[in-house]
Each structure stands twice: as C-alpha cells, then as structure tokens.
Ligand binder design. Sequence first.
Ligand code: SAM
Length: 231
Amino acid sequence: LFVDAPLGQGQSVDLNRDQAHYLFGVMRLKPGACVALFNGHEGEWTAEVAEAGKRAGRLVCLGQAAPQLDPPDLWLMFAPIKKARTDFIVEKAAEMGAARIVPVLTEYTNSERVRVDRLQAHAVEAAEQCGGTFVPEVAEPLTFDRLLEDWPEDRHIMFCDEGLAGASRGLAVHDGKWAILIGPEGGFSGRERERLRAMPNAHPVSLGPRILRADTAAVAALTLWQTTMGD
Ligand code: SAM
C-alpha cells in the first residue's frame, strides 16, 4: 500500500477513507494484521493494523522489509492521446520502470486536457500492483518548444520516429540519463523532426517497419530501452 507519510520503526501512519475502505472493507483486515507499506523513498515496511474503522484507521510500522530501490534515470515523454490510452501509457511506464513521466504538447497533439492528479493516481496504483518501492512523478504538461528550450546536455533522447520505419533499429548505448519521446497520433511535424534531428543528444530510433499506435510505441520503446540499457 502506498502512503504519503514518513515510515520508520514504531511510526504511526493514519489511513484516509479510501485506504481504510480498501484494507478493512475489501481486504477484511482486522487489528493485528500485517500490511506492506511504501512511500516512494524509504523502501518497503511491514506495518500492523492498530485501529480499523470504516472511514479511517491507523497502522504502526514494525520494521523495514526491503530497502528503497530506485529505477534508472529514464523519463517517458509522450504526446497525450485519448483518455483511456493516456492512462494506459502512464500505467505501463510506471510498471516498466520510468522514473518520470512527462506529457508533451506537440503541434499535432489533439488531446491537450491532461489531469495530472488522475495520472499520478494511476502511477501509484501501478507501483502498488507491481510491488515496487518507487512511484514515478507525473509532470505538468509542457509544450514541445518549452521542453527543448533548456534541454540538459547530459540527458539523451530516444526519439521514436515512424518516419525511419525500415531503417536502422539500433539504439546507441550511452551511460547516464535518458528520455524516451513518443509522438501523437498525427506524428511529429516536419519542424519538430528537424529540431530533434539537429540535437546532438537526440537519437532517432525505429521500432520496426509498421506504424504503431502511440500507446503500443511507448511500451515497445520502454522494452527496447530496458533491454539495451536498463537494470
Ligand atoms: N504519423 C503517423 C501517421 O499518422 O501515419 C502515426 C504516428 S504514431 C501513431 C504515434 C507515435 O508512435 C509516433 O510519433 C512515434 O513516436 C511512435 N511510433 C509509431 N510507430 C513507430 C515506429 N515504427 N518506429 C518508431 N516510432 C514509432
């Protein structure tokens, strides 16, 4: 269970209504039962149910079960698409070890309304589901130009370009920081492509000769990166 609270030996953790409902209403836990807790930066802790109510509850940390394990410094940057597909991208990025998720508004992006709080909740659920101790941060959406304005020299971009289909699928291996960039349903504009191709640390990559939907491309790109450079 993810909690937004400090964890430590003997630390008491208050539960909100949703958490109490899940633990005591759905999972039917009683006082004395044990729960695995994480807060995204202090590893996994075993906690005991001290108070169980319908709308609230309290846990007490007994001891650390696993140390904090942070993913590699990889961002997933994508142009938002339809709601359910955007939710899917965030969920899969969290499961597949992205450290940060950045919605990017490109020239051909259709869905500009992004609910960051909703997407962040999906990232938390995905981290809970896969038993991780880390939750990626979902950033506020940025325009393509703003994103590249102060792009740090030491972060490589794996720029997924369907225009390269059939060309080299190679991904150059570089240690350090990375970001994957996936375009919208309409693809990148000519100007955006040129801008990316002119960047020394942007690496155009093909994901094969077929044009993939953006959500498929995100999963394929994360898999390719994790296989080539991940842990
Ligand atoms: N512009 C395309 C069109 O309408 O024909 C479609 C863009 S595709 C649906 C969305 C994004 O997925 C692309 O901008 C790209 O980042 C990524 N993508 C899809 N297929 C790809 C491939 N074969 N290689 C690399 N990237 C791909």
